[in-house]
Design a protein around this ligand. Structure first.
Ligand code: AMP
Length: 113
């Protein structure tokens, strides 16, 4: 997608602090961290949000989860972290490219706000 910031990061056109990448996924540090550890895990291929995913995206979504677990290990928060996606503006989604927030390094309260 031409105007998508996360597509640009995935293509290497915009700088980001990348902490993990493979052929289908990418993870980088959030610019506005909400926890001591805050990474975003994205598919390279543009999908607007989780509800835009199709049956044919099942393998990619699985890879995203596996990538997230690897990122948690790389960032040394695999003992305690939260993985969350904001789906839609009402849930706080500000970038229309599917991404999971991986948060850790502090006590995470439940329920979230
Ligand atoms: P959301 O509000 O759930 O759509 O999350 C979007 C996240 O992307 C926010 O936490 C932003 O801080 C983060 N973000 C936006 N632009 C960038 C960027 N260029 N590099 C890293 N993180 C970004």
């Amino acid at each position: 997608m031409a105007d998508c910031i996360f597509c640009k990061i995935a293509a290497g056109e915009v700088n980001a602090k990348v902490v993990y990448e493979d052929e289908d996924t990418l993870a980088f540090i959030d610019l506005n961290p909400q926890a001591p550890t805050h990474a975003l895990v994205i598919p390279r291929r543009h999908i607007d949000r989780l509800t835009a995913a199709q049956d044919g995206d099942a393998a990619l979504l699985g890879k995203l989860q596996i990538a997230a677990a690897k990122v948690a290990k790389i960032l040394k928060v695999d003992g305690a972290f939260r993985l969350v996606t904001n789906n839609g503006k009402g849930a706080g989604q500000s970038v229309d490219h599917l991404h999971y927030h991986l948060l850790g390094g502090r006590k995470l309260l439940w329920p979230p706000g």
